[in-house]
Design a protein around this ligand. Structure first.
Ligand SMILES: [Zn+2]
Length: 132
């Protein structure tokens, strides 16, 4: 049977000897990127769904060399390495605008439904519903 699902688009995979045409995260660092927008994108990326297969192994941050995860995450449209949120949050690696807008649109909808962002003053937090 033909698979009619659109292919996942890859983001956050960087150039290497095998992939010289892929981007270098150092080229995308934007230290003037708005802090709140950057944090929203990082939260979005960290909240992806784990891809249901084993990945190639641990990766290292191309900028600070720390261990940076080994999983892949997806939202059904994009597929990215677990460590992409680290590049965004800790190194201000600004992703292409179409991806930033995709993430912000989703986060806007989520915040409108839950009201969590405004209720907790913008910090990361979780709410537990308890009927007892
Ligand atoms: Zn790093």
């Amino acid at each position: 049977m033909e698979d009619l699902r659109p292919p996942l688009r890859l983001i956050g995979y960087w150039s290497s000897a095998d992939t010289p045409d892929w981007p270098n995260p150092n080229d995308w660092v934007d230290l003037d990127w708005d802090d709140r927008e950057r944090e929203l994108v990082a939260i979005y990326l960290a909240g992806g769904i784990h891809a249901p297969y084993a990945t190639a192994g641990p990766s290292e941050c191309r900028i600070c060399k720390q261990a940076n995860g080994s999983l892949e995450l997806t939202d059904g449209t994009y597929l990215w390495p677990e460590g992409l949120a680290h590049y965004v949050r800790d190194h201000s690696v600004r992703l292409p605008e179409v991806i930033v807008q995709h993430a912000l649109k989703w986060m806007d909808g989520w915040m409108a439904k839950t009201g969590m962002w405004t209720r907790h003053g913008g910090g990361r937090s979780a709410t537990v519903q308890c009927d007892a």
